[in-house]
Write a protein of this length. Sequence first.
Length: 436
Amino acid sequence: MVNDALAGKIDLILTKSVSRFARNTVDSLLTVRKLKDVGVEIYFEKENIWTFDSKGELLITIMSSLAQEESRSISENITWSKRKQAAEGRVTFSYNNVLGFKPKEDGGFEVDKKQAKIVRYIFGQFLSGKNPNQIAKHLTENKIPTPRGKTKWSYSSVRSILTNEKYKGDALLQKYYVADFLNKTQKRNNGELPQYYVENSHEAIIDKEVFDTVQVQLSENKKWYTEKNYFGKIRCGCCGSSYVRHLLWHSTDKYKETIYRCKDKYKNEEKCDTPHIRDDEIQRWIVSALNKVIDNRKEIISNIKLLMKMIKEDRRLDDEIIQLEEKLEDIRTDVEKLIITNSKIAQDQEEYTRKYNKLIEEYKLLEKELEQKNFDLLSKNKRVRELKIFIDSLEKQGELITEYDTKLFNYLVEKIIIHKGKRIEIHLKNGEVISD
């Protein structure tokens, strides 16, 4: 419309109110002046302002400022409400971005059975060995709409479904936040605001164990790892760096050979004394180690189940987290009381500042400790998931293997360490180490 007015197609613009015309005072005035220069007048009905009037610009400045302040106030109220809901664990989300759920008539949301089939299909295809690109291609070919209603699926749209905790009945709140109330720009929350994780907040579409299995597999299939590099699990016993495909010997003739060696072998003043190894050697070691595990799987599974039980029953971390959260809440209350008292009663400001700084310093230390405890808890839960996958993989493997199996390697092996003289250590995810 403004472009048409500047081009001489419009002589007068009728506007309901100043607040409808632009987001802020600066934009309003710039646009008004630009249009006035080409002889286009604007009439604001609610405020009864004509821009060609001598007092028009002053009135627009005042009214635009009021409108902007009102917009800011409304935005802050909405933001406060959403953050309060998040802190209370009340789950809400946009159905346009999440497949498989729909709003209920009486409020809240529920599983959309038709869309849930698509979600289960995506998880099932991934667990059967398909990657997100292959799944996206199949969904596009079958004209299945994306969460946003589009016809073309992509790697990212499939991966976002595979990693969304809402499908297992949990919810991570405040993933994004509005950074600017004027243009409503949303940013990913990378620690600027607190996040809240609500377990069992709603009906799940995917079983928790299935979802967690997918997360482990996704983490092991990161872009910078390839199957040819054994997912970065082969390490140098000298410097700790990964082994990578590095050279092709006799690459110009039929005797070419792929080898693996420490990627930092020649980076330091003293080169690593670990040897290069061939692909067939690596696979032979892996097959031998996995067969030892398979051959003793009954005893190993029994020991892992006992270990998992001990880990799950150990509630010390949970109790420490609760205690830290209570201490933090007490300090928040003390700070609030201190500020209120200082605003109502005259007192020594140096003493007030000293008390305030002491409380804030204590709060920061406890907050850092809580962050570490939460990280430890996540690591503990990840350990339990990995052990569960370890057991499941062994129970499904009825016979000894005769060749390298990528999935078994990923599920059972933590890392392989190569030492001088081709002495190797294969570290399994149950904590066992097999040497050769």
